[in-house]
Unconditional design. Structure first.
Length: 312
């Protein structure tokens, strides 16, 4: 297990390529024309993105080659990009509570429900894998709420559009790095809510208490931060791995796997427990990337910092 000299944050400098008016147009089509027509419009959008965004296309083929275990081609990357576009479109329907379009399967939900039944909140650790909005819908179906811990700046356009499309829906987010964020998170969990954090990117301005490790992922070391798990350990929370996988059409599956229990963590053992949980997180992520490869939406060179790695 190695640590890079400097945690990479190249993704944080990438801007949303879509314009606000394009997103609003897609949203209007989704709401007024219906999902079948809106899904038809996704094909030229995905094709344009495939042809116009060379770095994203190359990153997709690099990742898919690892996940599929064979050289990925243009068709593979097209399916990958189309899956991403489809999950973005479906966010509109999930936010508006229009769930008749979808068939959602649940895996290991009773384990999460058992924790919530004790009157405690749950921290969920996910990735840019599938749809978090499907997870929000799943949370509501078991009688609780799910908030997203996030840096909002990189997705400002999409979030602004979704709020415009669903003005009556409260988007539960807790903005990391802002005053009062920790207090808001403690209150949310104390009230029995679920708080989700995507942990497969190195966040800008991450805490000096966290470390970024190079862990084996799809055949080559890749950078992962232990910051999210250290946050859960500091709050003495139980943690589940989460994913809302998209399987095409209107089919989704919600996955929950126990990841760590930090309720009785001691200072002397915290580092070891956080490290073990991080390794389990990466192993689960790799398993799902191989199972549903078109669900992982990191369109940049995820392994770029491998050359900067050093022994911890």
């Amino acid at each position: 297990m190695t640590a890079p000299a400097q945690p990479p944050a190249d993704w944080a400098t990438q801007r949303e390529r879509s314009n606000l008016w394009v997103l609003k147009l897609m949203g209007a089509i989704a709401v007024y024309a219906g999902r079948p027509i809106a899904r038809g419009v996704l094909h030229p959008i995905a094709l344009y993105f495939l042809l116009a965004n060379g770095p994203a296309r190359r990153a997709s083929r690099q990742y898919l080659t690892r996940a599929l275990g064979r050289p990925a081609g243009w068709r593979d990357s097209y399916r990958h990009i189309h899956s991403f576009a489809a999950t973005v479109l479906d966010r509109v329907y999930f936010l508006q509570g229009r769930l008749a379009h979808f068939h959602i399967e649940n895996h290991n939900v009773p384990q999460v429900e058992a924790v919530l039944a004790e009157g405690q909140g749950v921290m969920l650790l996910g990735a840019h894998l599938g749809s978090f909005e499907a997870l929000r819908a799943g949370a509501e179906s078991i009688g609780t709420r799910a908030a997203m811990l996030m840096y909002e700046d990189n997705a400002r356009l999409i979030n602004a559009t979704l709020k415009a499309l669903a003005p009556g829906v409260q988007l539960h987010t807790i903005a990391l790095g802002r005053p009062g964020a920790m207090l808001a998170l403690r209150r949310w969990l104390a009230d029995g809510g679920m708080a989700g954090l995507l942990a497969d990117r190195i966040l800008p301005g991450h805490s000096g208490r966290s470390r970024t490790w190079m862990l084996p992922f799809l055949g080559r070391p890749a950078p992962f931060s232990d910051g999210p798990l250290r946050l859960a350990a500091m709050l003495r929370q139980r943690v589940f791995f989460m994913a809302g996988l998209y399987h095409g059409g209107g089919r989704y599956s919600l996955r929950f796997e126990p990841l760590a229990d930090f309720r009785d963590v001691a200072g002397a053992t915290m580092d070891a427990e956080v490290q073990a949980a991080l390794e389990r997180y990466v192993a689960l992520l790799e398993t799902l990337c191989r199972e549903a490869p078109c669900n992982w939406f990191n369109f940049y060179d995820f392994w770029a910092s491998d050359d900067d790695a050093k022994t911890a």
